[in-house]
Write a protein that binds this ligand. Structure first.
Ligand SMILES: Cc1cc2nc3c(=O)[nH]c(=O)nc-3n(C[C@H](O)[C@H](O)[C@H](O)COP(=O)(O)O)c2cc1C
Length: 155
């Protein structure tokens, strides 16, 4: 199954999980970048506000074509109980190219992942094959949850 992980990470947590999944699946990976639009405390405030408003932003051109993949795994931090703005933007720009399966993973402090997963499914206009939620408490030892997620994807 040709798989692409596409994710955004502001402070490295989602990046860490994305890279572990990538290593286990040996698949393609693409990080969504936005020239640090949400850096610092002002970025935090703006990020929360824009996420709740469902706004888009400008992201840099991605190199992988999602149309070529059987499975796209979308990774996002939870922002104010929903997906991060750059991920929302990626979905809006690419959802017509999601031809087959979609899965997702979220990272968060402690809460908001259920709603975020629902929003991803809604915005992709597809049901999700598998989901993974990593909280700050899981970050140092995420292997078990990641393995369960990967088994679900493979079945
Ligand atoms: C704008 C903003 C809003 C956030 N809102 C939530 C939230 O609603 N619930 C939560 O548990 N964590 C929240 N967080 C914390 C992040 O989801 C968490 O630190 C995440 O792992 C960061 O991922 P990253 O390092 O890949 O950017 C928020 C962080 C930011 C920047």
């Amino acid at each position: 199954m040709k798989t692409l992980i596409v994710y955004y990470s502001r402070t490295g947590n989602t990046d860490k999980i994305a890279k572990i999944i990538q290593e286990k699946l040996n698949c393609d990976i693409e990080r969504i970048t936005d020239n640090d639009k949400y850096k610092g405390i002002l970025g935090f405030i703006k990020g929360g506000f824009n996420a709740v408003s469902g706004r888009g932003t400008t992201i840099n051109q991605c190199s992988k074509n999602p149309e070529e993949y059987d499975l796209i795994i979308i990774g996002t931090p939870v922002w104010a109980g929903t997906l991060a703005v750059p991920v929302n933007t990626y979905i809006i720009q690419n959802r017509e190219k999601f031809k087959r399966k979609i899965a997702c993973f979220t990272t968060c402090g402690s809460s908001g992942y259920e709603e975020t997963v629902k929003e991803i499914s809604k915005r992709c206009e597809k049901s999700l094959s598998a989901t993974l939620s990593i909280t700050e408490a899981d970050l140092n030892n995420p292997s078990e949850k990641i393995n369960t997620f990967i088994n679900k994807i493979k079945n």
